[in-house]
Design a binder for this molecule. Structure first.
Ligand code: ATP
Length: 341
C-alpha cells in the first residue's frame, strides 16, 4: 500500500516559489493499476518522482509498503527505492549495450552472479516477448520493442511497484495498445502495483482500476475509472472523458441525426460496466416487435466492464417501443430518448 498524506512539493525559481504538487493525499492498494492524468504542467512528473524518493516533498509524508520514505535515510532508503522501479517515456536505454545487456545491467549493479543473471534475463525476455532479439542493439529495435526492454529492465530487481512515466506517449496507437496489454499481463502474473502517469484518457480507460485527475498540482477528482467516466465532476475531467467517448457522429449535432432518421425513436444508450458479451440488441429485436438500426456508437472495454454510448433508431408501434426501452433499463442500460416521431 502506498499512502500520501498532505504532500506538497515546491520549487524555488527565479520568479519565486512554484508549487508543483499541492497538498495531495491519496492511497494506492497493493496490486492495483492506478492512473494519474493531467495536462502538461499539472505536476504529474513531480508526483511520480516523489514515489521513488527522486524528489523530496516540502511537507507531508509518503509511505511505501510500510516505509516512510520521507524520513528514512542511507541503506534503508536504498532498500525501499529498490522496491520501486520506473519505466520512461523515452526508454532511457544504454545504446552501446544489447537487449540482454541492457536488462542485465540492473542485476550487475546489484551484484548478482553471472549464471543467475543469465537465467533472470532469459526469464524477463520471455515475459516481455522479446525472444530472438537478445543480441540486438536499441537502434535496431522499434519503439514498442525498446519499451519492452525498458519494462524488462525495470522488472529485473523484482520490484513491488512499477512507475510508468508516460510510458506509451512516444508510441503509435497500435503499439500503445500492445504495451498496455503487456502491463496488464505483468500486473496479473507478478501481482505488481502499477502507477502510471499520462495525458491520455484512452490509457486510463484501457488498463486502470482507479484514476486521479491532476490540475495545478492538486488532485481535483479521484475514484474508480468507471465511476469517473459515468459522472465526471471537475471541468478538466469532463474534457478528458470527452476525449474517449465522443464519436465523429456525436460531435456533429444531434439535430442532423434527427433530420437524417426522422422515423421511430432515436435513443442514446449508455453502457457503464455492462457485460458486452450479452447480445442485448439481438434480444431486443427477438423479444419485441421492433426494428433497431445502429446509427452511431463508441463502446470500449475497461477493466470493470464495457463503457460507452450507442445511438439507435427504434421503429415500431409506441407500445412495443416503450416495452423495448423498459427492457433495456431492466438490463442495467440507461437510455435517453433524443427524438420522437
Ligand atoms: N526542478 C524543477 N524546478 C522548478 N520548477 C519545476 C521543476 N520541476 C517541475 N517544475 C515545475 O512544476 C510544475 C509541474 O511540472 P511537472 O513536470 O511535474 O508537470 P507534468 O504534469 O508532468 O507536465 P509534463 O507532462 O509537461 O511533464 C511545472 O510548472 C514545472 O515547470
Amino acid at each position: 500500500m502506498i499512502q500520501l498524506d498532505k504532500v506538497t512539493k515546491q520549487f524555488n525559481t527565479a520568479n519565486g516559489t512554484l508549487t508543483a504538487v499541492d497538498n495531495v493525499s491519496l492511497s494506492i492498494n497493493d496490486g492495483e493499476i492506478y492512473g494519474i492524468i493531467g495536462y502538461s504542467g499539472a505536476g504529474k512528473s513531480t508526483m511520480i518522482r516523489l514515489f521513488n524518493g527522486l524528489e523530496k516533498p516540502t511537507s507531508g509524508s509518503i509511505i511505501v509498503n510500510g516505509a516512510n520514505i520521507t524520513e528514512i535515510k542511507g541503506a534503508k532508503l536504498r532498500a525501499a527505492r529498490h522496491k520501486v522501479s520506473m519505466v520512461f517515456q523515452h526508454f532511457n536505454l544504454l545504446w552501446s549495450r544489447t537487449v540482454e545487456e541492457n536488462i542485465a545491467f540492473t542485476l550487475e549493479v546489484a551484484g548478482v552472479k553471472k549464471e543467475q543473471r543469465q537465467v533472470k534475463v532469459a526469464e524477463l525476455i520471455e515475459l516481455v516477448g522479446l525472444q530472438g532479439r537478445e543480441k540486438s542493439y536499441p537502434s535496431q529495435l522499434s519503439g514498442g520493442q525498446k519499451q519492452r526492454v525498458g519494462i524488462a529492465r525495470a522488472l529485473a530487481n523484482e520490484p513491488e511497484v512499477l512507475l510508468c512515466d508516460e510510458a506509451t506517449s512516444a508510441l503509435d496507437p497500435e503499439t500503445t495498445d500492445a504495451i498496455l496489454d503487456l502491463l496488464v499481463s505483468i500486473n496479473e502474473r507478478l501481482n505488481i502495483t502499477i502507477i502510471l502517469i499520462t495525458h491520455e484518457m484512452h490509457v486510463i480507460r484501457k488498463i486502470c482500476n482507479r484514476v486521479a485527475v491532476m490540475e495545478e498540482g492538486k488532485i481535483v477528482e479521484e475514484g474508480d475509472v468507471l465511476q469517473v467516466f459515468e459522472s465526471p465532476k471537475a471541468a478538466v475531467t469532463q474534457k478528458f472523458v470527452q476525449q474517449v467517448i465522443e464519436t465523429s457522429g456525436q460531435k456533429e449535432s444531434i439535430k442532423q441525426m434527427q433530420e437524417q432518421f426522422p422515423d421511430g425513436k432515436l435513443i442514446k444508450l449508455f453502457f457503464v460496466g455492462t457485460a458486452t458479451e450479452r447480445p442485448v440488441i439481438t434480444q431486443l429485436i427477438r423479444k419485441f416487435n421492433v426494428e433497431v438500426n445502429i446509427i452511431d456508437g463508441n463502446i470500449s472495454p475497461t477493466k470493470s466492464g464495457a463503457y460507452g454510448t450507442l445511438i439507435v433508431q427504434i421503429n415500431g408501434v409506441d407500445d412495443d417501443v416503450e416495452k423495448a426501452v423498459n427492457y433495456l433499463a431492466a438490463q442495467g442500460i440507461k437510455s435517453e430518448v433524443i427524438s420522437h416521431d
